[in-house]
Design a protein around this ligand. Structure first.
Ligand code: TYM
Length: 334
């Protein structure tokens, strides 16, 4: 991939912490693919972020390779984008340390994800979990990123990156580019199938709460059939985060229809029909991804070639920024 100085830069990442959910796919990855035609795109598997929650080494290793294969299957194209594994590019951890020294304890204490994860993993509230947002800020700021395509749950972290960048620039001059989140109008928050007030999450202990991108057609239908719908017989989008709203959102996200069109289509058809229709479009969307995945995951040699070349490019780009930061802070050059 050639980095075109006239184009804007896009950066985004995902944690390889198990499967990819329909939420990750609709809220983030699906939107990354068209951006590759217009921008300099850099995508990463944020494996350093993932160890903030304890991982089984063998599972973790497998998840990293699986997630890499899944992204290729979803359409991340190594010829158009730089798609690397975060731990292969040492500048991320280096800049994270420096940014830690420009971030306030109070700012990190206010992060919703930290509060949420520290209550869920109360036996392991490690310092990495607390500093997670400064590592994420480093990911973004190393590549002069203009746009960050993410779901709405990452907005607060992007805000923090902007605040830290602004503070650093205020002291040392214009070093970092000010990034903007790019949040989709539909699909920015796909909700749990079991509790529509909660985000769909791959770390949910209930497998029925999320659809994995690798789920079979049968499993997709089974999970969607279990979505709680109210006793009201008319199918309507309420805007108050109900199971039906979530189903309609998923449907609209995949078909490109708007809510009114979906309501017209389903109004008198009943919940069974709605669930089966959503299951059919989801399965249809995921089928080509699943068949490509089966091919990529067998070709570890090809994937290795891709992520090594991507790491080389990411190192080349990011080392310019880290040298600039080192020099601004006053470190003696190597
Ligand atoms: P992660 O791995 O939790 O999620 C990856 C992407 O999926 C989006 N997402 C969702 N979108 C809609 N509905 C949902 N239910 C849903 N669940 C997840 C997330 O918003 C995200 O865009 N900290 C990040 C990874 C990261 C990163 C970065 C992102 C590390 N460095 C730099 C952007 C820029 C995370 O844990 O995402």
């Amino acid at each position: 991939m050639t980095f075109d100085k006239d184009k804007k830069n896009v950066f985004s990442a995902i944690q390889p912490s198990g499967t990819i959910t329909l939420g990750n796919y609709l809220g983030a990855i699906k939107n990354w693919i068209p951006l590759q035609e217009k921008y300099n795109c850099i995508f990463s598997l944020a494996d350093l972020h993932t160890i903030t929650v304890r991982q089984d080494p063998k599972e973790f290793h497998k998840n990293i390779l699986q997630t890499y294969a899944l992204f290729l299957s979803c359409g991340v194209d190594p010829k158009k984008s730089i798609f690397f594994i975060q731990s292969h590019v040492h500048t991320h951890a280096e800049l994270a340390w420096i940014l830690n020294c420009y971030t306030q304890f109070g700012e990190l204490s206010r992060m919703t994800q930290f509060k949420d994860k520290s209550s869920r993993y109360s036996e392991n509230i490690n310092v990495g979990l607390f500093c997670y947002p400064t590592l994420m800020a480093s990911d973004i700021l190393l590549y002069k990123t203009h746009l960050i395509p993410v779901g709405i749950d990452q907005k607060q972290h992007v805000e923090l990156a902007r605040n830290v960048a602004g503070r650093f620039n205020g002291i040392y001059g214009e070093v970092f580019t000010m990034p903007e989140p790019l949040i989709p109008k539909v699909g920015a928050k796909i909700m749990s199938l079991q509790d529509p007030k909660k985000k769909m999450s791959k770390s949910d202990s209930n497998r029925n709460a999320y659809i994995s991108v690798l789920d079979s057609e049968e499993d997709i239908l089974k999970k969607l059939r279990k979505v709680v719908t109210d006793s009201n017989s008319e199918i309507k989008y309420s805007g108050s985060m109900t199971g039906v709203d979530n189903l309609i959102n998923i449907y609209c996200c995949i078909t490109g229809k708007n809510v009114n069109e979906a309501e017209d289509e389903f109004r008198d058809k009943g919940y069974k029909y709605l669930k089966e229709s959503v299951a059919a479009v989801v399965a249809n969307e995921l089928k080509p991804i699943q068949s490509k995945f089966d091919d990529y995951i067998k070709d570890l040699g090809y994937m290795e070639k891709c992520y090594k070349e991507a790491a080389r490019q990411a190192n080349d780009i990011s080392k310019e920024m880290i040298s600039r930061v080192f020099s601004k802070v006053g470190f003696v050059p190597k």
